[in-house]
Design a protein around this ligand. Sequence first.
Ligand SMILES: Cc1ncc(COP(=O)(O)O)c(C=O)c1O
Length: 499
Amino acid sequence: MSATSDLFSKLLVQPDFFPRLPQQKRLYEVAKVSIHLGQLSAGSKLPSSRELARDLGMARNTVIAAFEQLMAEGYVTSAQGSGTYVANLTELKLAAQVMPAPLASEVPGAETTLLSRRGAHITAFGAGERFEIFPFVPADDDFSSFPFKVWQRLQNRVWRDIHPDLLDYGRAGGYLPLRQAIAEYVAASRSVKATAHNILITSGTQQSLDLCAQLLADVGDTAWVEDPCYWGARRVFEACDLNLHPITVDGEGMALKPADLACDPRLIYVTPSHQYPTGAIMSLARRRELLDVAVRKNAWILEDDYDSEFRYTGRPLASLQGLDKDERVVYLGTFSKVLYPGIKVGYMVVPAALADAFKSALYDLQRPGQLMVQAALADFISLGHFATHIRKIRQIYGSRRELLRKTLAGEFGSQLNQQVRISHEESGLHLLIEVPDHVDDVALEKLAAESGIEVRALSAYYLSLPVRRGLLVGYAYVTPDKIVYYGKILASVIQSGLS
Ligand SMILES: Cc1ncc(COP(=O)(O)O)c(C=O)c1O
């Protein structure tokens, strides 16, 4: 084994080296850090892709893809026919500026003593390390279909007719015309009871949840969460030192048992319209039961309605908040999915009694600002562009969903519904492919990553022992040709796990 293969293989087994990333990305990171730390000097020759693949036990395509990325970023150069060489880093001015010194946690063997125990726990999850552009990352939307030109025009208009107030932090819970537009939108599309007064604009659901956790619960209070649960919500509650009580989800959503009722909640986090990640729609009986429990226990329900725009057939579902007669529900919405994630605009509809307190805390804790973006968004909605965009992407995602389902069903053949089940509800941004209990879905996730496919194991979303296993497969950001190509590879990965 060459010295370089030896160096890479030692680094790759370090637990700090991005263990959750696909092999190709890990190899790229390992090579990049070795170059930055001078462990691979300028001008030195890398082993051939064939040799590295053999020494590291990787597919040759994986090594080639990592080399290509290093080459594209200028870390290595290739001379026709004579191999791949480490570039001279001092010439790599741009990369050197962009690439910070390796974090302590990236340097193998380095101890992380900088963080609190809570901090270490939060950062251990490391979702930001994941490579978000591979097919089939669940929950990603196709932001390439966002109407950039319209948005640019609206933003230009806001800057042209600028009102100095819009450059301030904003104290009233967000830009009033946007709050009015959202109030109308959620009332019409989701039967949410809202006025501009009880709406706050936040930087997304994550921030809304954080505010709820800080303002409505104290350290050590209990939050009921769905099991399996959206990891983003879980992270926020853990960071606020809440005690998480997982409640099993079945085909009708959160299913309360007598033992659950013995553990009084302060917060109840639910995704009733389309449970994340299983896709279950909470039945009317369960919705009524939950509202009733919230009143009896003096708890707040946090209704995360993250993807209600993506219902491909039938009428939109009414919200849980719309059924609530006792003002126990905080309704959370986001523009991350329907526009693009980086817009960082979400909203919460809070019971009237909480509105002033939430606005005051939003200002004191966050200094929210971003009123210029909010003004453009208010125009985007009121001028009808939002409705047009929703119609367009609903059609695109609906057909991608169908294509993925058809491709997978064709590959699974008679295994479908015998060993493999594909979720059938007509909404959301991902399909759930369920496999029998004995199949290790985390191993399937890793195997898929070797082929450049980023799916997520259902079992990883559970807080308690997983009762179902499968893969979450996002389709919204995958073009039809890739859906067919990678869909077939994914099916064969799953089949290999079944046998
Ligand atoms: C269940 C759920 N809620 C909310 C969000 C969006 O959160 P944010 O508005 O913070 O982007 C996501 C994103 O993936 C999600 O899966």
